[in-house]
Design a protein around this ligand. Structure first.
Ligand SMILES: [Fe+2]
Length: 191
């Protein structure tokens, strides 16, 4: 498959941000993902949207004033093509989380570019929302485009800052939360 130019531009900007923001195990995980995305995957799923996606535009506006403005701009050119969904385990009775978050896969299973060797995805959250604790076998690197806080079983709640990254080792329990503004973060996992 030939990759869409706007997806390639997003990946180029992601690679620059990952390399600028990670060291150690996080940098190794990032290099694995970057190495794999050099080869394009298959064509992916249809776009879909949820009401919480209305927070994407204000989040991108915040990011436009930050050090990842270039990455945010490239993301802004692909977000309407993504299939935004709630986490599978989300409970409609927990309205803050149900209405307050959405995920989309950019590269990976169920993504804009379908493949099974990596995951590049994104989470948007409304202000004042905590993403449920979860865990998965692959290690994971997060890059934030807005302020937010992350927790894992080996780390207190922390804000990586506008140029930082969060690394979750394989299998660790972890979570994230927005503050007073919208939350937008990218995740990168080798599978
Ligand atoms: Fe995760």
């Amino acid at each position: 498959m030939i990759r869409k130019p706007e997806v390639q531009a997003f990946l180029d900007a992601s690679g620059l941000a990952l390399r600028a923001s990670t060291t150690g195990a996080a940098a190794q995980a990032a290099e694995t993902v970057i190495d794999r995305w050099a080869v394009a995957g298959g064509s992916g799923v249809e776009a879909a949207r949820l009401p919480v996606c209305d927070w994407i535009a204000p989040a991108l506006k915040l990011a436009a004033d930050g050090p990842r403005s270039g990455l945010a701009a490239t993301f802004g050119r692909i977000e309407r093509h993504l299939r935004w969904t709630r986490r599978g385990s989300a409970d409609i009775n927990e309205q803050t989380f149900w209405n307050g978050h959405a995920n989309a896969v950019i590269l990976g299973p169920g993504g804009l570019e379908a493949r099974d060797d990596l995951w590049v995805g994104v989470t948007v959250m409304a202000p004042g929302v905590q993403y449920v604790d979860h865990h998965h076998a692959p290690e994971e690197v997060y890059l934030s485009l807005t302020p937010g806080e992350w927790w894992n079983a080996e780390m207190d709640w922390s804000d990586p800052g506008p140029t930082g990254a969060i690394y979750n080792p394989p299998g660790i329990a972890h979570a994230m939360r927005s503050g007073v503004g919208p939350f937008l973060a990218l995740w990168f996992l080798p599978l």
